[in-house]
Every structure is written in structure tokens, then in C-alpha cells.
Design a protein around this ligand. Structure first.
Ligand code: PEP
Ligand code: MN
Length: 339
């Protein structure tokens, strides 16, 4: 249920509403609006009508049911787009287009430093790189693990770029969160609810990648798992879904961007690298994603794609990334965004 407070309702009235929500066995989530506050009361759907009684409390304007199955992720609870703070001066959402770039896997100090320097020079604001890799085959490279995290931190120290890196297992959440600025949940883990709940208890932004067979509603329900635990800093990432088409690695569901935007206040990022699987297709899909209204991109870049231990064929070379970024500025300007 949504408890809409009156304009100018005071702190005491809000505190009383929160207290009563808890008393009834629900969790209050306050969303501070420009003119008024609303409180989302989430919990067991079955007995929620008891919350209707809050309408008689001082300072409460009305109590409404949240119609969507996802609650805190919905525009019903929070109609204005969320801005997710990554680092001082860097937020995702709003009128900025944020570009995350870097290799699929962290491979060596030289590789990550060289990539970090080049993507920064080209205008990326966040460095990506996998230290824990979820590979289809158990015989493929599984990542440098903590050594990889340390190398990412070295690259951050040198370039100042915050780092986004994947956590594959609930067991590693604490370890990865000591190094990462953004915790990435991979496509294969989007319904790992134990992992999502743990990330909900962190004070760190989370990048959720849509599963290859996840509907938009399931995707938003996964986001809800993180939000319901109290972590508001959630970003969604469309990275292609599996279809009958084999010309591309996945099929970029570009319409997921406006569809998500019509249903959620959470920022939407697009990953054209995993969506297409082919570097030459990446720039045009970046431009298309911007035209569709995304808040950011995550792009794989490798100094020597032919030698990459993972995802070489879809990785842009630094000069290709730079050329893409140049053109992207024009598309971003048309879409009303700054890079
Ligand atoms: C990745 O970002 O390197 C990755 C493994 O992506 P996904 O989870 O989308 O397949
Ligand atoms: Mn990859």
C-alpha cells in the first residue's frame, strides 16, 4: 500500500505512520518528494487491507493499493526517475549519460591499466572488469578473483574511475564489496534470490543484468528483492535475450528500455557487447540505446581483443571505443543528455 502524506505534514506525523506500519507487520519505505512524502508499506499481500486504517492518522492524505506486483520499483510509489549516486559528483539517471567500459575479464595489471587509461581518455566515467567470471564451461577461465579485484583498485587509484565488477556467489559478497564501487549481478544470477537479498543489505549500488530468459516483470521482481531489503541504489541492465536468432549472440531487446521506463523509476543501462557478441555491431547498438532513452551503457573494451581470455570477438579496441564515444556525444545531445 502507498500512504500519501499531506503537503506539509510534519516529522511526527511521518514517524507515527512508520511506527503503525511496523506494528501491523509491514516494512515502511519513505520516498521524499518535492512537495509531499509517500510511504510504501510492503509485506504480505494477503492482509494488506488493515493498512487502510492509517488513513485516519494525522497528516495522511490517502492510502492506496500498489497495483503492480513489484512495489518499490514501481512508478506508483515513486513517479520521478531515481538518480543513483556512484561516487561524489557521479550519479546515474537524470540528464547524464554514463558510460561504463573495460574488459570482460581482468587479466593482468598491464591489461587493466592500459584499458582504464584509454577508456578514461575517451570519456568513460566507470571502469568495468570481471574478477569472478560466470562461465558456461567449468574448463574456461574463471577469473583472477581477489587478485583481479586488487588490480581493479590499482586502476581506480590511477585513473579515479569507480569500478563495476561482478559478484557470482553470496559467499563472495563481503569480499567483492570491499573493493567494488558497483556490485554487478550477471544474467545467470538474476534469480539468485539469496544473492539479491544480501546485496539489498549493502550500502553499495547494484547493477542488475537481465537474464537471457527473464521477462520484464521477472526482472523488476528481482530488483524488488534488492529494494525490499533497504538498498535503493539499483540500476537495471538490458544485455540481450535469447531468441531463435543466431546471427547475434543474443537479441538486444531495445524496446525493453522504453518499456522499463514506463514501469520503473530505476535507471536503465544497455550492454550492446553481450547483446550482439560482435564488436562491429556495438557502436550502432550504443546509438540505438541512447535513442531509446537509456541512462547509460556498459561496453567491453580490450587493448588486444584477439588475445582476450573471454569475449574478445565482442570487445572494441581502444581506438574503436574512442571513435564510438565521439559519435555518441552527438546522439546523446539529440536525446537531451550530456556525457
Ligand atoms: C559480463 O558482463 O561480463 C557478463 C558475464 O555479462 P552477462 O552476465 O550479461 O552475460
Ligand atoms: Mn563478457
Amino acid at each position: 500500500m502507498i500512504i500519501v502524506m499531506k503537503k506539509g505534514a510534519d516529522k511526527e506525523a511521518l514517524a507515527e505512520v512508520k511506527r503503525r506500519i511496523r506494528e501491523l507487520g509491514y516494512k515502511p519505505h519513505v520516498i521524499h518528494g518535492e512537495t509531499r512524502n509517500v510511504v510504501g508499506a510492503v509485506g504480505d499481500e494477503r492482509g494488506k487491507t488493515v493498512l487502510q486504517a492509517l488513513e485516519s492518522l494525522p497528516g495522511v492524505e490517502t492510502v492506496l493499493p500498489i497495483l503492480k506486483p513489484y512495489k518499490l520499483a514501481s512508478l506508483e510509489v515513486k513517479p520521478d526517475p531515481s538518480q543513483v549516486e556512484i561516487a561524489p559528483g557521479l550519479t546515474v539517471g537524470g540528464d547524464r549519460l554514463v558510460v561504463m567500459a573495460g574488459p570482460c575479464s581482468v587479466e593482468s595489471e598491464e591489461q587493466i591499466l592500459e584499458t582504464a587509461r584509454s577508456v578514461k581518455a575517451a570519456g568513460a566515467q566507470i571502469l568495468r572488469g570481471g574478477a569472478f567470471k560466470p562461465r558456461t564451461s567449468p574448463y574456461s577461465f574463471q577469473g583472477l578473483e581477489e587478485d583481479g579485484l586488487r588490480l581493479l583498485v590499482r586502476a581506480r587509484e590511477e585513473t579515479g574511475l569507480p569500478i563495476v565488477t561482478e559478484v557470482v556467489n553470496p559467499r563472495d559478497v563481503e569480499l567483492v564489496s570491499r573493493y567494488a564501487d558497483i556490485m554487478q549481478v550477471g544474467a545467470r544470477n538474476i534469480q539468485n534470490f539469496a544473492l539479491l537479498k544480501m546485496l539489498g543489505q549493502l550500502d553499495k549500488p547494484v547493477l542488475l543484468k537481465r537474464g537471457m530468459a527473464t521477462t520484464i516483470q521477472e526482472f523488476l521482481m528481482s530488483a524488488e528483492y534488492v529494494l525490499a531489503e533497504g538498498n535503493r541504489r539499483v540500476m537495471l541492465c538490458e544485455r540481450g535475450i535469447r531468441t531463435f536468432e543466431t546471427a547475434t549472440r543474443n537479441t538486444l531487446d531495445i524496446s525493453a528500455v522504453p518499456v522499463l521506463k514506463a514501469q520503473t523509476h530505476l535507471p536503465v543501462i544497455v550492454d550492446p557487447s553481450h547483446a550482439t557478441g560482435h564488436a562491429p555491431l556495438v557502436p550502432s547498438m550504443c546509438f540505438a540505446a541512447v535513442a531509446a532513452g537509456c541512462d547509460g551503457l556498459i561496453v567491453e573494451v580490450h587493448p588486444h581483443p584477439e588475445m582476450a581470455v573471454s569475449d574478445g570477438p565482442q570487445s572494441l579496441r581502444p581506438n574503436e571505443f574512442e571513435a564510438m564515444m565521439k559519435k555518441l556525444r552527438e546522439y546523446a545531445a539529440v536525446a537531451g543528455k550530456k556525457i
